[in-house]
Design a protein around this ligand. Structure first.
Ligand SMILES: C[S@@+](CC[C@H](N)C(=O)[O-])C[C@H]1O[C@@H](n2cnc3c(N)ncnc32)[C@H](O)[C@@H]1O
Length: 233
């Protein structure tokens, strides 16, 4: 398993900082034993996703899946659908691999690299049916706003990787970021806001999903969750 250095590539500003997070012995074992089964190496060339998954099915990409609970739950719930997760945090990847191996899920793959480089170089235009970005780092300090992953170029890149009619689903518990996301996404000509008044979608408008770790943390802090849903025109 290659590790994203966070220093190579074309972008000067990253949406993450690789911290020396502790990988538990169980997570390390999972990385050693199960990467060959679930992992896809980053390479600067377009992936043949039908080959990666061994079939041609609808595909969801989850960007920054954290510990992967939500991604695994969806893969188990929708066996006729394929799920690709991209994350840079090794403990989270190890956590997901351990759970995925225990569950024996066949329709899940993981790339351990910067999602922006993966989108740009490894995923072909129109190759995805759904992209989820759930509780991305809010970077609350003004001087860090440039690190927020939701920027016009990122949104245009994601939109270009969606097939026509494909959907982009985002959630955050940080109100100022939610407003910022709404502005940036509504400005993207390749996407149409699915909410009636061009705003946030109502709580419960989408099928029930497992709350993510960061979502549960936000709830404990009393934060309101905002969700956004767009369709590729
Ligand atoms: C605030 S956490 C949320 C994790 C998870 N989605 C949740 O809701 O629990 C944001 C995650 O995005 C990951 N991340 C940030 N920028 C990324 C990028 N460019 N590529 C891949 N992962 C990224 C971080 O490593 C982190 O695990």
């Amino acid at each position: 398993m290659q590790q994203s250095s966070g220093k190579s590539g074309h972008r000067a500003i990253r949406s993450y900082v690789l911290r020396a997070g502790r990988v538990t012995p169980g997570q390390q074992r999972a990385l050693d034993e199960h990467w060959s089964r679930f992992g896809v190496e980053f390479e600067p060339q377009a992936l043949d996703l039908a080959r990666v998954f061994g079939r041609d099915a609808a595909r969801t990409l989850e960007i920054g899946f954290g510990n992967g609970e939500h991604l695994l739950e969806r893969a188990l719930r929708q066996p006729d659908h394929d799920f690709l997760g991209v994350e840079v945090h090794r403990p989270g990847i190890g956590h997901l691999l351990l759970a995925a191996a225990t569950a024996g899920v066949p329709n899940l793959r993981v790339i351990a690299h910067d999602a922006i480089e993966v989108l740009r170089q490894q995923l072909a235009p129109g190759s995805l049916n759904e992209v989820q970005l759930l509780f991305p780092d809010p970077w609350p300090k003004k001087r860090h706003h440039k690190r927020r992953i939701v920027q016009p170029e990122f949104v245009a890149l994601v939109a270009s990787r969606l097939a026509s009619g494909g959907r982009l689903h985002l959630a955050t518990d940080w109100e100022p970021y939610a407003e910022d996301m709404l502005r940036v996404l509504n400005d993207c000509s390749l996407l149409a806001n699915c909410a009636a008044a061009g705003g946030f979608i109502d709580v419960g408008a989408l099928a029930a999903r497992r709350a993510t770790r960061f979502e549960r943390r936000g709830e404990r802090l009393g934060h309101r969750v905002r969700e956004l849903l767009y369709r590729r025109c």
